[in-house]
Design a protein around this ligand. Structure first.
Ligand code: ARG
Length: 449
């Protein structure tokens, strides 16, 4: 049923078209948190009578417990909540509008929601690292044919690939953490863009919400989404890079190569060709990562033409941020599951270790070192022997074992054990950060008054 909201435009179609209410389900609880802390501040300042503040808190708490429902006819969750307060309490419910703008409240809510999602994503990436490291340790020196330009290049191990993906994931976690510091600051109390006359102590409000600081400038605090762009950009950069491994998997799963096996649950057959075992999970994950790039591009496209102060286009960018974070968490978990069941198909790898001269580079290096001839000459000599089908390669396993310089396949297992310990500690740290955030937020919603 359509009801005209507090600020209604008078047209149902227009309100439905411009409303963010459906998307606001994502920040419902967080919007209430911002309202609660704002109200606490108004009460402390003596701007709102204590009994009114208590009654308002009661309604907001109930709303938080019940969740968002209905709301057809409202521009957004902020208007919906204020209307609900006025409906239940009469004009007294209108106190919450004092010194508040939806602009500072929505920026606060997005940051609260995003910081939680970032911690959850950090947890998922840590689990992926755990899967990669354990799998690499178990696979040990199981050989793999490393390729460049999609051509057989050098012998390595599957573990070496997995540990490369682990290092990428560690680098991403550092970026995520630095973005977390950017996100975890409070815009609350900034008003629409230039502050308000009520004189809120913005530092105190930030502290109550467990933010580590304040976004100082009020126009920056309300009008900017740099924190969201920066986070989504780094997430998409990670997904793009990690997703390249899916292309290796797909290639290795081609029956012509069959270098690896995955758990059959990640393969699908064809409805017409009974012999097919298509890498369904890998393909869908790649597509989802492509979509994440689309969502990020949407954010850039929406933000680019806007002035510095708030414009309603910003509301439309937020949804894409949640999409990026959702795809990141889901993909990370799915990739971890694929990795846990990843096996080397040794006969196929051995077949191609014999079929292709993947120790040619090392043979030339050895020749250059042992005969003390310039490498270019050695390179030419090995190329000639390959052309004449006279190439006698080195033993691939010995080649892998023989390389001891940092980061080479055989050196990585010890480093994997060290990394696994770090990941365990990291998981505990993220868990305690999540708990701290939850405790602070529960305190705001459940606190006395
Ligand atoms: N719903 C908006 C958003 O999600 C906040 C409202 C700002 N509206 C306004 N007229 N200034 O960004």
């Amino acid at each position: 049923m359509y009801r005209e909201g507090l600020l209604g435009s008078g047209s149902r179609d227009v309100t439905v078209y411009t409303s963010s209410l459906k998307d606001d389900a994502e920040i419902f609880r967080e919007t209430i948190l911002a309202m609660m802390v704002h109200l606490n501040e108004l009460e402390r300042l003596g701007a709102v009578p204590g009994e009114s503040a208590a009654r308002i808190r009661g309604v907001l708490r109930r709303a938080a417990a019940e969740g968002i429902g209905g709301g057809d006819g409202y521009e957004d969750v902020h208007e919906y909540l204020e209307a609900r307060l006025i409906e239940e309490l009469g004009p007294e419910g209108g106190w919450v509008g004092l010194g508040r703008s939806r602009n500072d409240h929505v920026a606060t809510a997005i940051r609260l929601r995003l910081r939680r999602l970032m911690l959850l994503l950090a947890r998922d990436v840590a689990e992926l690292r755990d899967a990669l490291l354990r799998r690499a340790i178990d696979l040990g020196e199981e050989l793999m044919i490393g390729s460049t330009h999609k051509q057989p290049a050098q012998v390595t191990t599957l573990g070496h690939y997995l540990l490369g993906l682990d290092e990428l994931s560690g680098d991403f976690l550092s970026t995520l953490l630095s973005n977390y510091c950017l996100v975890n600051k409070s815009p609350l109390g900034s008003g629409a863009l230039a502050g308000s006359m009520v004189g809120a102590d913005r530092g105190r409000e930030a502290g109550e919400l467990g933010f580590v600081g304040v976004v100082e400038n009020t126009v920056y605090a309300t009008g900017s989404r740099y924190f969201a762009l920066s986070t989504a950009s780094s997430v998409v950069a990670y997904l793009t890079e990690a997703g390249r491994f899916l292309n290796n998997l797909q290639m290795w799963l081609m029956p012509q190569l069959s270098y690896v096996d995955v758990d059959p649950k990640h393969l699908a057959t064809s409805s017409i060709m009974p012999h097919k075992r298509n890498p369904a999970t890998v393909e869908v994950m790649r597509a989802r990562i492509g979509e994440a790039i689309g969502h990020l591009t949407a954010m850039y496209s929406i933000l680019r033409p806007l002035e510095v102060g708030y414009e309603l286009d910003l509301q439309e960018a937020t949804r894409h941020l949640w999409e990026v974070m959702g795809i990141a968490m889901e993909s990370t978990r799915m990739l971890a599951d694929v990795v846990r069941g990843l096996k080397v198909n040794s006969p196929a790898v051995s077949r191609d270790l014999s079929a292709f001269p993947v120790t040619a580079a090392e043979t030339a290096e050895k020749l250059s070192l042992e005969e003390s001839i310039p490498f270019r000459q050695a390179h030419r000599a090995v190329a000639e022997s390959i052309k004449k089908r006279e190439f006698r390669g080195l033993d691939p396993a010995a080649v892998v074992r023989g390389k001891r310089s940092m980061g080479a396949p055989a050196t990585m297992i010890e480093s994997a054990r060290r990394r696994l310990e770090q990941v365990e500690k990291f998981k505990l740290a993220v868990d305690s950060m999540l708990k701290a955030v939850s405790d602070v937020e529960d305190e705001v919603l459940g606190g006395s008054g």
